[in-house]
Design a protein around this ligand. Structure first.
Ligand SMILES: Cc1ncc(COP(=O)(O)O)c(C=O)c1O
Length: 383
């Protein structure tokens, strides 16, 4: 097997994280404590939220959002299909039905036209309108929320922002996360800030924040005098070891986001005249958690990924179309062609390396190999 020279992602970890972990270990307090509280303050301040609640993963954060909103059996939730299926899986786990919505072909974010169409279909079928709409800020590009918020208000739906990939992202200067009732982040190593595994919920709603804190900690309501188990909760706590790593990572966030932006700009330049692909929507506030272009249907994405791997370059699909997952096809009857944009992005999307420390010469080398692979596959006569 060829050695990976240029991985798809690489977290920016160095002595500062090592020292942070050492500090926590030396303190003897390794479960959730002061470091987690400090990390919550840092997240809340970055995203201009009243509360941040750190948890063990982005998926745990989404699960808690549903539980905090009392979404359960008999309820439905609108979810964009083209996204990691955590929001859909968590909906199923609480007994709710995910209703997938298609996305826009260049932003990869929820398509408000399709949302409106799906609301109409729910009403026509006498199903009632789902309790919530999950908005994914895919790959760090904030979704335009205007019409979605209007529809949510009109039909009394909660809006939850899945900003797993969008730490530090904003739109028109407003950070993502608090336009709806809650926002969710992930600190998986492919994200701009990592804690190994980890996640957070942000909210301006005191009661929801309180509920999330109780649910992440075994359902306990704690006060100085007593402890009471007021809900059937989980253990979704983040350890202080993880939180200390997150705090060290936060120091680097401006640098990491600037590096990602520069790399994305270079890819956009390198491919600007390359026929056979659609480039991702670019926006000055995009944080480029992933750089994914979309190949035209005649190209074999997986063969290109394999060719790049032979050169030691980590490329891959950008994400998945959740509605194409076996569980969603067998249990809910979805067919890939029902949400054609999501299905196409999942089969033709090509994600290329993006991380702080990736050299301009390496970006150029990746781009050259992609262009050469496309030329080799291009049907003769098509240029
Ligand atoms: C859009 C989206 N939501 C949720 C998650 C889940 O986050 P985690 O891996 O921290 O559970 C991811 C992870 O990649 C994601 O991309």
């Amino acid at each position: 097997m060829t050695r990976v020279r240029i991985p798809l992602a690489r977290p920016s970890l160095d002595e500062s994280e090592v020292n942070a972990v050492r500090r926590v270990l030396a303190s003897g307090w390794v479960v959730q404590g002061r470091e987690a509280e400090a990390f919550e303050r840092a997240i809340a301040s970055l995203h201009q939220a009243r509360h941040a609640v750190v948890v063990s993963s982005g998926t745990a954060a989404l699960h808690l959002c549903y539980l905090a909103l009392d979404i359960g059996p008999g309820d439905a939730v609108f979810i964009p299909s083209f996204a990691w299926p955590s929001a859909a899986n968590s909906a199923v786990l609480v007994g709710a039905r995910p209703i997938f919505v298609d996305v826009c072909p260049d932003s990869y974010n929820l398509d408000p036209d399709d949302l409106e169409k799906k609301i109409g279909q729910c009403l026509q079928a006498d199903l009632g309108v789902p309790r919530a709409v999950i908005v994914v800020h895919e790959f760090g590009l904030a979704t335009e929320l205007g019409r979605i918020l209007q529809l949510a208000q009109q039909f009394d739906m909660q809006v939850v922002e899945d900003a797993a990939c969008a730490l530090g992202a904003s739109l028109g200067g407003r950070p993502v996360g608090t336009a709806g009732c809650m926002g969710v982040f992930s600190f998986h190593p492919r994200k701009a800030v990592t804690t190994g595994e980890g996640g957070a919920i942000v909210t301006n709603d005191d009661a929801l924040a309180d509920r999330c804190r109780i649910l992440r900690n075994h359902g306990q309501q704690l006060s100085s005098e007593r402890r009471d188990f007021v809900a059937a909760g989980l253990n979704y706590r983040m350890t202080d070891i993880q939180a200390a790593i997150g705090l060290a990572q936060f120091e680097k966030l401006p640098r990491v986001l600037a590096a990602r932006k520069e790399i994305a700009r270079q890819y956009l330049r390198e491919f600007s005249d390359c026929a056979g692909m659609t480039l991702p929507a670019s926006h000055p506030e995009h944080t480029w958690q992933t750089f994914m272009l979309v190949l035209d249907a005649e190209f074999d994405r997986d063969a290109i990924v394999a060719e790049l791997a032979e050169h030691g370059i980590g490329a891959g699909p950008g994400s998945v179309a959740a509605h194409c997952g076996a569980i969603y096809q067998s249990r809910f009857g979805y067919r890939p062609e029902e949400l054609p944009i999501s299905a196409k992005l999942a089969s033709q999307g090509l994600a290329l390396p993006v991380y702080e420390g990736l050299e301009a010469s390496e970006v150029a080398a990746c781009a050259t190999l992609v262009r050469q692979a496309i030329e080799r596959q291009r049907p003769s006569g098509l240029r």
